[in-house]
Design a binder for this molecule. Structure first.
Ligand SMILES: C[S@@+](CC[C@H](N)C(=O)[O-])C[C@H]1O[C@@H](n2cnc3c(N)ncnc32)[C@H](O)[C@@H]1O
Length: 274
């Protein structure tokens, strides 16, 4: 351990970085580090001995997780469609407002592009109520976590969960770079550039904090540009998630809003869903 601590202090690794939990995950970690162009930490490196507040992509035997570094860092965060948070959202009708905003029920099968996939929770909720969802995430590390979560959920015992993830198609790309084939047949574009979220739940706070730390190094928010792009696409509606009292994205007035307790969905209707 002394050798690892010494090496980390001397070499001052760049973050985010990839770390295998053990020898069995070494090859996957190497492959991820190469594809994501991230540094690979030596197996056995300790999070607690690394500079505080950085993020490591941790390759565990049962999947990928994000782990904070430093003393007293909270446990790992995963993208998990089968987890307690998702179950809670499903049971409490978490997709009700979002479903209403996208026009769920107005067409037999609604094709939605979630152009800001993030941790995939909204996309999953939409798939769970029967939409066909293409989810697009430009942050390649997050896209890997999403791919990992989709692969795990595809093998789940719960048939409803398996059916939902079969309705999800992931693109690791900037949404504005999707080609005509990838955008073909869409009814709705959904945007959630909203960040950070407020929540009383410690688990959600931890998720959001690590998410923020991870995205710190990426391009500043260009959500207005994303909305202008979405408004030019051939879709029936564009839905934008906003904090309850935030101004309209890009100062563009929506056709109407679906309002919840902490968030609202601004709906830009272009034509009838049919
Ligand atoms: C607030 S998060 C979305 C959270 C998501 N709705 C969920 O339920 O987990 C916003 C995400 O959008 C991604 N993003 C922002 N602009 C994008 C773009 N132009 N194309 C693809 N992804 C984008 C960011 O990398 C970030 O992961």
């Amino acid at each position: 351990m002394f050798a690892v601590r010494k090496m980390l202090h001397q070499a001052a690794p760049e973050f985010p970085a990839v770390l295998a939990a053990g020898g069995g995950q070494a090859e996957r970690a190497r492959d991820l580090a190469r594809r994501l162009q991230l540094p690979l930490l030596p197996i056995g490196a300790e999070f607690t001995a690394m500079p505080a507040g950085k993020v490591v992509l941790f390759v565990e035997p049962d999947g990928l997780a994000l782990q904070y570094t430093g003393m007293g860092a909270p446990g790992p965060v995963r993208v998990a469609f089968e987890g307690g948070d998702m179950l809670h959202r499903r049971r409490t009708g978490g997709a009700r407002l979002l479903g209403k905003a996208v026009g769920h029920g107005k067409k037999t099968v609604l094709h939605v592009l979630d152009a800001t996939a993030g941790l995939g929770r909204d996309a999953f909720m939409l798939a769970d109520i029967g939409c066909r969802v293409r989810l697009c995430e430009r942050e390649l590390l997050l896209a890997e976590l999403l791919r990992d979560a989709l692969d795990r959920a595809a093998l789940a015992r719960d048939p409803q969960l398996r059916a939902a993830v079969q309705s999800l198609q992931l693109f690791a790309s900037d949404s504005t770079a999707l080609d005509a084939g990838q955008l073909d047949g869409l009814d709705v574009i959904y945007l959630d550039p909203m960040f950070p979220q407020r929540s009383k739940s410690a688990a959600v706070k931890k998720e959001m904090a690590i998410f923020q730390a991870l995205l710190q190094h990426t391009v500043p928010s260009d959500a207005d540009r994303l909305l202008s792009w979405a408004l030019q696409q051939d879709v029936a509606r564009i839905v934008v998630k906003r904090p309850l009292r935030a101004p309209h994205l890009g100062a563009v007035l929506p056709s109407h809003s679906v309002v919840g307790k902490t968030v609202r969905f601004d709906v830009h209707v272009r034509r009838k869903l049919a």
